[in-house]
Design a protein around this ligand. Structure first.
Ligand code: ADP
Ligand code: ASP
Ligand code: MG
Length: 417
């Protein structure tokens, strides 16, 4: 049997394709991998800022816009960069062509705006690569069961890349971005953050799910399930190095990690909003009456706390949802006010969720208490708390985000020397 070439999926995020010079830089990187004898498929995001602008257009026209039309709008950012990147490659002598989600096809479920990938047909792209054509795939998009374009949720190009890597049986999935790896926390917030050379799938999954945007949560979920080797690399690193030699971060199995910290990372998210439903009757079925309609409307609920009211007949329920779902959630709860029987709904979008994550928490006590003590020392009030086996999260006022992340990074001994 002839030796199979090393097959690599190279994904480039928004800042890596932010302008024509950067697209030329991407093309040069791709050309180097091809020249080294590898088979390459490329996945691109929209130019930095473009998706935000497109989302805003939809929101400004209508806060409760049709999600299928939202997808038709926001998927265009990636169509532009896939074509431009193919042109840039052709310009330096590399055969290339762009592919939109429907042309592969990459099929999704019907959850427009945050669709999940259901299947990816690798045949077309494999045939292209074997004919020495570099496929440049528009990330973030697929085609739904209604044959309409569907997007994969913000940051979804990472998931496109991992899904393609699985479908193409790629040897590696290289995620090129504007930082040179996965850090103990966002290096833009904490300059003393340390790069983690190897991070366990499970930890990265938890970190991503609580806000570490360096990888979209679903991309990590999929990588873990399909055993895809994911590397996070800088697209701005010195020019002549191949992806295999770049000093990025690798997402691996827990047992591939020799020394495990108790807390491996800290993440924050300003993407949630808090809703308090006041004076609801304290009886069975009320939580179901609130969360049932929200779930039916596709609104995901994250943290939940039920307070004991001053008198025993009524209570308050506080929970968090994605900020972008706030108009929808308010509308749904408004419609059901009588049935639920609440007196008042208070929404607060000025909150941040701060989380500490580490598999070492399973076997060490006191992790949560270190968090509460460090926040108290800075005078930061905790509004809601939630925990899992390897994570503790708190909701605080958004103004305290940086202060809290820095204080916790120091408190858990994560600061670089
Ligand atoms: P791209 O457009 O390339 O997908 P993103 O902005 O989605 O890039 O993700 C990269 C950003 O993730 C970095 O610029 C950094 O600010 C942020 N980030 C948050 N948490 C982390 C972390 N733990 N390690 C590295 N980067 C992080
Ligand atoms: N362009 C999309 C976004 O900004 C997808 C991505 O960048 O991964 O969310
Ligand atoms: Mg991203």
């Amino acid at each position: 049997m002839a030796d199979r070439k090393t097959r690599i999926v190279m994904k480039f995020g928004g800042t890596s394709v932010a302008d024509l010079d950067r697209i030329r830089n991407v093309a040069a990187r791709v050309k180097r991998e091809v020249a080294a004898g590898n088979e390459v498929a490329v996945v691109v995001s929209a130019m930095a800022g473009v998706t935000n602008q497109l989302v805003k257009y939809c929101q400004d026209l209508s806060p409760l816009h049709d999600q299928r039309e939202y997808d038709a709008v926001v998927a265009t950012g990636e169509q532009v960069t896939s074509g431009l990147t193919a042109i840039a490659l052709q310009e330096i002598g590399v055969s290339a062509r762009s592919y939109q989600g429907w042309q592969i096809p990459l099929r999704t479920d019907d959850q427009h705006g945050k669709a999940r990938i259901e299947s990816v047909d690798g045949a077309t792209l494999i045939a292209a690569m074997q004919a020495s054509i570099v496929p440049v795939v528009a990330g973030f998009q697929g085609v739904g069961p209604d044959d309409r374009v569907a997007t994969l949720g913000r940051g979804g190009s990472d998931t496109s890349a991992v899904a393609l890597a699985a479908a193409l049986k790629a040897d590696r999935c290289d995620i090129y971005t504007d930082v040179d790896g996965i850090y103990t926390t966002d290096p833009r917030v904490v300059p003393k953050a340390r790069k983690i050379a190897r991070v366990a799938y499970e930890e990265m999954l938890e970190l991503a799910s609580v806000g570490a945007k360096v990888l979209q949560t679903r991309s990590v979920e999929l990588a873990m399930k399909m055993r895809v080797r994911v590397q996070v690399l800088s697209s701005f690193a010195s020019d002549n190095i191949l992806g295999g030699d770049l000093p990025g971060s690798l997402v691996v199995d827990e047992d591939e990690i020799v020394e495990q910290e108790i807390v491996s990372g800290i993440a924050y998210s300003r993407d949630e909003a808090k809703i308090t439903v006041r004076h609801i009757p304290d009886r069975p079925g009320v939580a179901a009456a609130i969360f049932g309609p929200l779930s039916a409307a596709g609104v995901n609920v994250d943290m939940i706390v039920q307070n004991i009211g001053a008198d025993t007949s009524s209570t308050d329920l506080t929970f968090t949802i994605g900020k972008t779902d706030l108009p929808r959630a308010k509308a749904v709860l408004g419609e059901h006010q009588e049935k639920i029987g609440f007196a008042e709904l208070v929404a607060d979008a000025d909150v941040a969720k701060i989380s500490v994550v580490g598999v070492g928490m399973r076997s060490h006590a006191g992790v949560a208490n270190t968090m509460f003590t460090a926040l108290a020392a800075k005078g930061i009030n905790i509004q809601v708390i939630s925990t899992s086996e390897i994570k503790v999260s708190v909701l605080i006022g958004a103004d305290y985000t940086e202060l809290a992340v820095r204080a916790l990074h120091t408190a858990y001994g994560l600061d670089a020397a």
